[in-house]
Design a protein around this ligand. Structure first.
Ligand code: E4P
Length: 218
């Protein structure tokens, strides 16, 4: 399973990119608003950091023809741009037009398997089921990823499944285990994936032992 970073904060993207662990970036209007900066400027800066890997940028219209116009403008920014579209009938209409134009899409705000199947059949490059928000309403988000994987395998569907709305490392490991292609993860969760108290204790012990050995060089 690949890891994308879910943020519009360029410093977080820079740090994650330097780790060499991310294969893509996802943003959404809330994440852009949080930065308080111009949308196009932020997306261009992201591309300048990560190069041609997939960067999802979301349209904000609710009408298919306007989504297509907005998406075309975003697609001009660079070859890695993926147009993020809401899971609505209008969003599906726009998704299929982007397929015909050869422009990649990410259908977002997916909360059920029928929605994922429709998005895939409309030609979505990526489908994004939101597991954390399902957990928030006392459903088991990871079960949706599992079901969509089964449906896509059975139907020979090639759309990639992005496990979205990821809140913790357990979400990531469960998503990987049930066959998500990608998890898009906030920076702080990427950091927490690296942590383990026994790693810290082990480093402390190695350094202490090394000091006691009184080596002459290194
Ligand atoms: C996915 O692409 C979305 O940007 C994101 O995962 C939403 O997560 P949230 O539910 O934490 O806002």
């Amino acid at each position: 399973m690949k890891l994308f970073i879910d943020t519009a904060n360029v410093e977080e993207i820079r740090k994650a990119h330097e780790l060499g662990v991310i294969s893509g970036v996802t943003t959404n209007p809330s994440l852009i608003a949080k930065e308080g900066r111009d949308f196009f400027t932020v997306v261009k800066e992201i591309i300048s950091i990560v190069g041609d890997i997939p960067v999802s940028a979301e349209v904000i219209s609710l009408k298919a023809d306007e989504m297509v116009e907005q998406g075309k403008k975003l697609a001009e920014i660079g070859p890695g741009i993926v147009i993020k579209l809401p899971m609505t009938l209008e969003g599906l209409k726009a998704t299929s037009q982007f397929r015909d134009l050869g422009i990649k899409t990410n259908v977002t705000l997916i909360f059920s398997s029928p929605q994922a199947l429709l998005a895939a059949r409309a030609g979505a490059t990526y489908v994004s089921p939101f597991i954390g928000r399902l957990d928030d309403i006392n459903q088991v988000g990871i079960n949706l990823i599992k079901e969509i994987r089964q449906i896509f395998v059975a139907g020979g569907i090639e759309s990639e499944i992005i496990s979205a709305s990821v809140r913790n490392t357990t979400h990531i490991i469960e998503a990987a285990a049930v066959g998500a292609d990608i998890a898009t993860v906030p920076y702080k969760v990427i950091e927490s994936m690296a942590n383990h108290p026994l790693t810290d204790a082990g480093i402390e012990r190695f350094l202490k032992d090394w000091e006691g050995a009184k080596q002459s060089q290194f």
